[in-house]
Design a protein around this ligand. Structure first.
Ligand SMILES: [Zn+2]
Length: 67
């Protein structure tokens, strides 16, 4: 698990997990904003800028926990 944030800085805090899905590893992202209505729900797009979430487009907020 890794704490992440979109580089646009307008979106919510996220956490990402690296899952094995249908024969490949994929990042899955969840809302990590406790005050959010969608807390702990899976997110596919940044709420700030609307970009689809990809690991390379996100900034780690806890670098020491990166896989
Ligand atoms: Zn964004």
């Amino acid at each position: 698990m890794a704490a992440l944030r979109c580089t646009c800085e307008q979106g919510t805090n996220l956490w990402g997990e690296f899952w094995w899905i249908e024969g490949e590893h994929r990042w899955v992202f969840f809302d990590d904003e406790k005050a959010s209505e969608t807390y702990a729900e899976q997110l596919t797009h940044c709420r700030g800028c609307g970009r689809s979430l990809e690991r390379k487009g996100l900034r780690a907020t806890t670098p020491s926990l990166l896989p």
